[in-house]
Write a protein of this length. Structure first.
Length: 345
């Protein structure tokens, strides 16, 4: 936040308070995703019932040797693993700081958008993050609770970040090949894990990493016989995912989705022996989660909802898309079968 003196005045923090919270926030940001299962979100639904990667993150932070390392780093400022875990969870002690980790303009989103844009070569994920950080400020609620906000001079870069996120989901995170491989990985992991779930024991859970999964795939592929997990391993290791053959628009209406569902039923009947799967992607990237994001107007200092200040953000619609994937050998035949129906949309 650029208004250093203003922030100190609004929150009543002295220099030591600021230094303490800066150190605390940096550790929380560094550790907030350590509880992810192999390959990140792909098979998160296979975590023990009722638990998320955030729950495992908190457990890892509280366990040795991480807890001792945090205590050593935080000794100067008087905090330990419990305070870092509370910040990651979004505890009531520091809700303002938690918005830097999980919020509309959080550091996590800034990081993954810029990093993924760089490594995938997709420029649409880029935005001026330095300008965005420079324009952050604080809004105090009627009850005196601080919330992260942005000054009017940062409106366009905030729009750029939200648009970048929208484009990256459409072009990268929801890319058909990525989704198809993700499906195979989830199938493989469910078959491989005892009981179809990651272990609840923390040491056993940490034993599962990307390398272990890849080794397990090669071992399964080397076995004789046919099984769903062996087929999933084959598709991943031999780079042979099911291919996208038909889809609705990115922002499909309910009528378009219903017509596509009827087409899928017809395809299943016409090609009963062809491997296929159907997925529906639904995500509102600028919906209710941004209802609390506010902008301070330059003219009068009044904070207004960002969506009411930006017609561009208000115009973005929720993503709703249904897709049909089939085996490569049948792609052309299924595409030809679907073409007359799709042309009439």
């Amino acid at each position: 936040v650029r208004h250093g003196r203003e922030v100190t005045t609004l929150l009543g923090w002295n220099d030591d308070d600021v230094a303490r919270r800066r150190a605390l926030l940096r550790l929380a940001a560094l550790l907030h995703d350590v509880g992810h299962a192999p390959f990140s979100h792909t098979a998160e639904h296979l975590l023990p019932a009722g638990q998320s990667h955030e729950d495992f993150t908190v457990r890892i932070i509280a366990a040795e040797p991480v807890a001792s390392l945090i205590a050593e780093c935080g000794r100067r400022h008087g905090f330990g693993a419990a305070e870092v875990a509370s910040l990651v969870q979004g505890g009531e002690a520091e809700p303002f700081l938690h918005q830097f980790l999980s919020g509309d303009l959080d550091a996590d989103r800034m990081d993954y958008l810029l990093r993924d844009s760089h490594y995938t070569g997709v420029p649409n994920g880029r935005f001026d993050h330095e300008r965005l950080i420079h324009m952050l400020t604080i809004r105090l609620s009627d009850a005196g609770v601080p919330h992260l906000a942005i000054d009017e001079g940062g409106l366009h870069v905030a729009e750029a970040m939200l648009l970048a996120r929208n484009f990256m989901f459409l072009q990268v995170y929801f890319h058909p090949i990525s989704r198809a491989f993700g499906r195979e990985l989830a199938i493989f992991m469910e078959a491989l894990l005892p009981g179809g779930r990651y272990p609840d024991d923390l040491d056993a859970f940490l034993g599962w990493d990307d390398a272990m999964v890849m080794v397990s795939m090669r071992q399964v592929l080397a076995t004789k016989g046919e099984s769903r997990e062996r087929e999933a391993a084959r598709r991943i290791l031999r780079r042979d995912p099911l291919r996208l053959v038909a889809q609705t628009s990115d922002f499909a209406s309910h009528e378009e989705t219903r017509a596509f569902d009827e087409l899928v039923v017809s395809v299943r009947a016409a090609f009963p022996n062809v491997p296929l799967f159907v997925e529906t992607i639904e995500m509102d990237l600028v919906g209710d989660e941004h209802a609390g994001l506010t902008m301070r107007r330059k003219a009068d200092g009044v904070f207004v909802p960002l969506r009411s200040a930006s017609s561009l953000i208000a115009s973005l619609r929720p993503i709703r898309e249904t897709r049909l994937y089939v085996d490569l050998a049948a792609r052309d035949a299924v595409a030809a079968y679907c073409a007359p129906t799709l042309k009439r949309r």
